[in-house]
Design a protein around this ligand. Structure first.
Ligand code: AMP
Ligand code: MG
Length: 427
C-alpha cells in the first residue's frame, strides 16, 4: 500500500492546489487496489457482480450443428449455380427431437429452427425460398442459396475448454444469460464492495426533520446512495453528521471499521470553518486538493484508519451537482477498480454539435449539463440545460449527458463539435 506522499512523488508536476483532471485520475489509479475475497452466487443473483476467475466453458455452445431457419436440410454439394434442385422430403427434424434416418442424394429432411442437422447434411433452404414440386417433393430455385447457408455450427458461440468470460467482467444481462447458456448454475464473483457515506454540515436536514431557517434538505446522501446502488455496492448510511469533533470522529471511525470506502460530502472547501478537514487529517493520510475543474473544485482523498482496518476516503464537495460530477469522473472509476473490474473507464465520449455558444476559460475542465438528441441532418446535437450553478440539481435531472470542455479548450461557438459523456443508466 503506497502512502499518499509516495504517489505524489511519482506524479509529474503534482500540485495539490492546482491539479488537472488527468492527474487526479492517475493519482487515484495508484491509491486504490482491488479488494480480496470471493463468493459464489447463483446466476439469478449475478447481475452487476464481477467475475473472480476466468469462466471456462465446459461445453460447446451450441452443442450440435443446427438449423438457423425453418426449411429443408440437404447436402449442399448438390447445388448447381444455374439449375434448380428437386428434393424428396424423407423425414422431419424438430428442435429437441432429432431425425436419425439416413438421407441419400436427392433427398431432404424438413427441419425447424434449432433442430440438430441430420448426419451428412450441411445446408438449409428456408421454407419461403422453396416451391412445391408434387407429393413429398420441394424445389430449390437456382442461385438463392450456397452450401452451408442457414446452418449454425457447434461451438460457434462458445468453445468447450476456452474462456467464455474473462475475470473482472461486470456481469450485465448478456453476461448472466451467457453463463446460463453454459449450463452452470453458479459463478464465483468478487465480494461486494462496502461503501459508507455521510453528509456534513450544520445546515443539512435529514428527511423527516422540520424545515428551519437557513437549512436545506440533504440531497447528496440520496444521490450518492443511488449511484452506489447502480454500481452494486453494499451501502452503509451514516446519516448527517454535525460539525462537531466527537460526532465526526465517531462517524469516521465507524465507517473505517466497516467499509472499504467512505464517501462524505461537504466541509472540504477552502473557507470551511469546520472540523471535517481537521478530523480527516487526524484520523488518516489525506490530501486536500483544488482541482482545475467546474463544478467540483475542492476534494479530499486518502485513507482513514481504524485499528488495523483502513478505508479509502473520497471527501466530495457539498454542492449537489459537484457531488454527482466528481462521483462520475473520479469515484466511480476508483470504485470499479476496487471491485475488481477490468474495465474501469468512464463512459465513452461522443461528439455532438453545440447548439449554443459556451463560455469557457482554458486551464480547467468543465462539465456542463447537456441534452443530446439527433438533429435534422441525423447527427448528434447538444444544448445546455440553462443555469449551470453547481447547486442546481434539477439540471442533472433534465440532462442526459455532461458536455466535457477539456482543460485547454476555450470558448465554443454555435455549431462547434464538443465531447459529451452520456450518463443514462449510470447517474
Ligand atoms: P460546502 O462544500 O460544505 O461548503 O457546501 C457547499 C454547498 O452545498 C452549500 O450551499 C451547502 O449547503 C450545500 N450542501 C452541502 N451538503 C449538502 C447536502 N448533503 N445536500 C444538499 N446540499 C448540500
Ligand atoms: Mg459545509
Amino acid at each position: 500500500m503506497k502512502s499518499l506522499a509516495d504517489i505524489a512523488a511519482q506524479l509529474q508536476g503534482y500540485d495539490p492546489q492546482a491539479l488537472a483532471v488527468p492527474q487526479v485520475d492517475a493519482f487515484l489509479a495508484q491509491l486504490v487496489q482491488p479488494v480480496t475475497g470471493n463468493e459464489t452466487v447463483s446466476i439469478a443473483d449475478a447481475l452487476g457482480r464481477v467475475t473472480a476467475d476466468d469462466v471456462v466453458s465446459p461445453v460447446d455452445v451450441p452443442p450440435h450443428d443446427n438449423s438457423a431457419m425453418d426449411g429443408y436440410a440437404f447436402d449442399g454439394s448438390q447445388l448447381a449455380a444455374d439449375a434448380p434442385l428437386q428434393l424428396q422430403v424423407v423425414g422431419t427434424a424438430l428442435a429437441g427431437k432429432a431425425w436419425h434416418g439416413s438421407v441419400a442424394q436427392g433427398q431432404a429432411v424438413k427441419i425447424m429452427t434449432g433442430a440438430i442437422m441430420p448426419a451428412g447434411l450441411d445446408t438449409v433452404v428456408p421454407q419461403e425460398f422453396t416451391r412445391p414440386a408434387g407429393d413429398d417433393r420441394v424445389e430449390v430455385p437456382a442461385a438463392v442459396l450456397k452450401r452451408g447457408d442457414n446452418r449454425r455450427l457447434a461451438g460457434e458461440d462458445l468453445k468447450a475448454g476456452r474462456p467464455a468470460l474473462a475475470r473482472g467482467e461486470r456481469l450485465g444481462p448478456a453476461g448472466c444469460g451467457l453463463l446460463a447458456s453454459l449450463g452452470v448454475p453458479t459463478v464465483r464473483v468478487v465480494r461486494r464492495l462496502k461503501v459508507a457515506y455521510f453528509s456534513t454540515g450544520d445546515e443539512i436536514l435529514s428527511l423527516g426533520e422540520a424545515p428551519r431557517e437557513g437549512a436545506v434538505y440533504d440531497s447528496n446522501r440520496y444521490t450518492v446512495r443511488a449511484m452506489l446502488a447502480r454500481l452494486g455496492c453494499e451501502v452503509i448510511d451514516l446519516g448527517v453528521v454535525r460539525d462537531e469533533p466527537a460526532q465526526l470522529e465517531q462517524a469516521f471511525r465507524s465507517a473505517a471499521s466497516q467499509a472499504d470506502a467512505i464517501i462524505t460530502s461537504g466541509g472540504v472547501s477552502v473557507g470551511e470553518a469546520d472540523f471535517t478537514k481537521a478530523m480527516m487529517r487526524q484520523l488518516g493520510d489525506v490530501a486536500f486538493w483544488k482541482i482545475a475543474m467546474r463544478p467540483g473544485r475542492p476534494m479530499a482523498v486518502g485513507r482513514i484508519a481504524e485499528g488495523d482496518k483502513a478505508a479509502v476516503l473520497f471527501g466530495l464537495p457539498g454542492n449537489p451537482v459537484a457531488v454527482m460530477v466528481t462521483f462520475l469522473a473520479f469515484v466511480r472509476p476508483a470504485l470499479l477498480r476496487m471491485m475488481g473490474c477490468r474495465d474501469t473507464a468512464p463512459p465513452p465520449l461522443l461528439r455532438a454539435r453545440s447548439l449554443e455558444a459556451l463560455r469557457k476559460k482554458p486551464g480547467r475542465t468543465e462539465y456542463q449539463r447537456g441534452i443530446v438528441d439527433t438533429g435534422p441532418d441525423g447527427s448528434l446535437q447538444v444544448r445546455t440545460t440553462g443555469n449551470q450553478g453547481s447547486g442546481v440539481l434539477s439540471s442533472m435531472v433534465q440532462a442526459n449527458g455532461l458536455i466535457v470542455l477539456h482543460h485547454q479548450q476555450g470558448n465554443i461557438a454555435v455549431g462547434d463539435p464538443v465531447d459529451v459523456m452520456m450518463f443514462e443508466g449510470i447517474l
